[in-house]
Design a binder for this molecule. Sequence first.
Ligand code: G3P
Ligand code: CA
Length: 244
Amino acid sequence: MKSAYSSLPSVIAHRGSSGIAPENTLSSLHLAGQQGAKWVEIDVLLSAEGIPVIFHDDYLSRTTNGNGLIHKTFLRDLKKLDAGSWKAANFQQERIPTLLEAIVVIAEYGMGLNLELKPCEGLEEETVAASIAVLKKHWPPHLPLLLSSFSYYALISAKKLWPEISRGYNVSAIPGTWQERMAQLDCGGLHINQSFFNIEQVSAVKAAGYKVLAFTVNDKEIAQNLLSQGVDAIFTDYPTLLMD
Ligand code: G3P
Ligand code: CA
């Protein structure tokens, strides 16, 4: 299977078009598609009964009117929550989407997907297995698909369960062991926090044959600088940042 990195665009819509619409919702995916984003990045974890849902935090309180841990909450209760009002009043109907619901919208626009595996601690293998089961059944094979994670164990599971799908290793700062980790996990790209790397490190990672992706870049000038210095792609909450 062709590596997703071979069709990597220079701009990826982070949590959808999350600067304007509430992150990780169907509205943020529709908006990214309408704005012409080529790829979206979204986060996946499990509901209490083990259904993959699109959400960033372990806790519900920052982006919904609920409380408590998402992985202790059943889908029927997650679906009652308002996942949009925190962003703007006109998004109050927004609900936490399942992975399947997100796939339908992403595919409607023909976008590529970087699915970040964001398991709650201890649920790495379950989260990856459940997400891969949905993807195997519903992801259109002609569209690019990249799995990424900060979690070593999640990436090990992804490699075991669906080795032919490209993997990216998410890090804050580049660890001293990056070469060993990239080889163990058989990742094609290192996804790094933009605040914590310099251009020499980018050159070293690229010289080793890996793609370099930087998150999260919402400033046009910084985005242009990073791309001109060899960064292959940026994650941004504003996918139109470099479109003019
Ligand atoms: O996948 C890149 C980026 O999304 C990782 O950080 O916290 O936004 O999920 P975070
Ligand atoms: Ca993410």
